[in-house]
Design a binder for this molecule. Structure first.
Ligand code: NDP
Length: 490
């Protein structure tokens, strides 16, 4: 059994309250670890340490290349330990092993990307009207509060830690209280490569107390949060006290638009991947499939035929294609949405049940679930379910597809499937979302910006945009003719 402690000022510590939380394997309900249940006082101490460490300059004053050298070493460590990390991720989050293996490879690549980027920025100078040289420099923001969800425990952590460290900030990080295992391993690796004490600090515990303490602290300069839109709204409110910088990566209800002229089998294949990868617990999941009416019935038949064949099971079984939901509580939430779909009159054409056969009764498994004959006001059409549940809607033409696609409060992602390149571009340009795909789904690159329109968040992760998030921009104006200005005569 793993004993997970918090990491504050270079020391591994239990919570001040001494309380622990059981960490459960969602495939079988077994306790795999116990984690420190942190308190507001623990969070305050970690924030003070991060503030003092930032002000000491031990990290922010290092040459960028030297900071980068630590990031490269962390990437190496992740790769050296990738097999163990992937297995731990499966046991904590439930995802199939091959998904966890991708996450670890992506995590190492993300550290390398920011290690490579940090000493590359070019200076900016301006020709201004005075005899002044105006130059622009980037500086770290200070103390960054990083709060992440449970669906990609390692990768979401790295998307924040790597650019924040590259930019020279210090960190107070909080994992989801149900998936702290691989984040703890990451902090162990950061200790091993010699990141100076106090630069990276990890507190555990409930979002409502520990997370909120980070969001409202006057000594935290930025909060970068990934999670649900409801929580994002609370964080925005908590952050007003000291006008914190905010980066919010929130939920989605993303449309996947399939035209009659698309390659049919490719579209079906990606539509399945779009919703059922990650058991639907992916912020960018294609949870609303929109299909042109002339192929609608054929599409639904084929989609359901293939959805029924998806192998659901424990993530460590090499045959498994879709794992359990992350927790019993989340499974109940997803089953509740399925009930609401039935009550509101949608037609269930696939799945809809918890799976308890073949030794899966102790885990939190739900069948791939498909609803048709939905109306725009139904909860299953409007709200993010974050599970293996999809609605398939019918559209008449391009304008109708765009209208339905944008009929949502969210704006995270969207996709179009068609063999007509001009139509693909026309439609995707009209989809109000930050991450879009044509004839593909879910591709994510360290180089490209990640984030949403509307209530899917504010700011962008990854790429140069992700680095900007963790930097302040300063203008420095240098007088080249040092003489009195003569504004006042006497
Ligand atoms: P939550 O919003 O419930 O939680 C996310 C994190 O915020 C957790 O660490 C949680 O703590 C913490 N938290 C909860 N309440 C507060 C608070 N009042 N103040 C500060 N922190 C708080 O999301 P889930 O963990 O349930 O994750 C699922 C959600 O995340 C989905 O809606 C999904 O769309 C979104 N998401 C978005 C992504 C994106 O890139 N846009 C990527 C991945 C997920 P704890 O749970 O430990 O109590």
């Amino acid at each position: 059994m793993l004993d997970l402690k918090m990491y504050i000022n270079g020391e591994w510590r239990d919570s001040r309250s001494g309380e622990k939380r059981d960490i459960i394997n969602p495939a079988n309900g077994e306790v795999i670890a116990q984690a420190a249940e942190g308190t507001v006082e623990d969070a305050k101490e970690a924030i003070q340490v991060a503030k003092d460490t930032f002000e000491s300059g031990v990290w922010s004053d290092l040459p960028a290349e030297e900071r980068a050298s630590y990031l490269y070493k962390i990437a190496d460590k992740i790769e050296e330990n990738a097999e163990e990390l992937a297995r731990l991720e499966v046991m904590d989050n439930g995802k199939p092993l091959r998904e966890a293996e991708f996450d670890m490879a992506d995590a190492a690549a993300c550290f390398r990307y920011y290690a490579g980027l940090i000493n590359k920025p070019e200076g900016v100078t301006y020709q201004v009207s005075d005899p002044v040289q105006s130059i622009v420099v980037k500086e770290p923001i200070g103390v960054c509060g990083l709060i992440v969800p449970w669906n990609y425990p390692m990768l979401m952590t790295v998307w924040k830690v790597a650019p924040a460290l590259a930019a020279g900030n210090t960190i107070v990080y909080k994992p989801s209280e149900i998936t702290p295992v691989t984040p703890t391993k990451l902090f162990e690796m950061m200790e091993e490569v010699g990141i100076p004490k106090g630069v990276v600090n990890m507190v555990m515990g409930p979002g409502a107390t520990v997370g909120n303490a980070i969001a409202e602290s006057h000594d935290v300069d930025l909060v970068s949060f990934t999670g649900g839109t409801v929580t994002g709204r609370k964080i925005m409110q908590a952050a007003t006290g000291n006008i914190k910088k905010l980066s919010l990566e929130l939920g989605g209800k993303s449309p996947n638009i399939i035209f009659a002229d698309a390659d049919f089998e490719v579209a079906v294949d990606y539509a399945l991947f779009g919703i059922f990868c990650g058991t639907g617990q992916v912020c960018a999941a294609g949870s609303r499939i929109l299909v042109e009416e002339s192929i609608y019935d054929k599409f639904v038949d084929r989609f359901v035929e293939r959805a029924k064949k998806i192998k659901v099971g424990p993530g460590l079984d090499p045959e498994t294609e879709m794992g359990p939901l992350v927790s019993e509580q989340h499974m109940e939430k997803v089953l509740g949405y399925i009930e609401s779909g039935k009550e509101e009159g949608a037609k269930l054409v696939c799945g809809g049940n918890r799976i308890t056969e073949n030794g899966l009764d102790k885990g939190y498994f739900v069948e791939p679930t498909v609803f048709v004959d939905v109306t725009p006001d139904m909860k299953i059409v409007r709200e993010e379910i974050f599970g293996p549940v999809v609605v398939i809607q019918k559209f008449k033409d391009e304008q109708d597809a765009i209208r339905i696609a944008n009929d949502t409060d969210y704006g995270l992602a969207g996709a179009v499937f068609t063999q007509d390149g001009a139509k693909a571009l026309r439609v995707i340009k009209k989809v109000r979302a930050g991450i879009t795909w044509v004839n593909t789904f879910h591709n994510t690159y360290n180089e490209a910006p990640w984030g949403g329109y509307k209530q899917s968040g504010t700011g962008r992760a990854l790429g140069t945009w992700g680095l900007d998030t963790y930097q302040e921009t300063k203008q420095i104006n240098i007088n080249l003719e040092v003489e009195p200005i003569g504004w006042f005569k006497n």
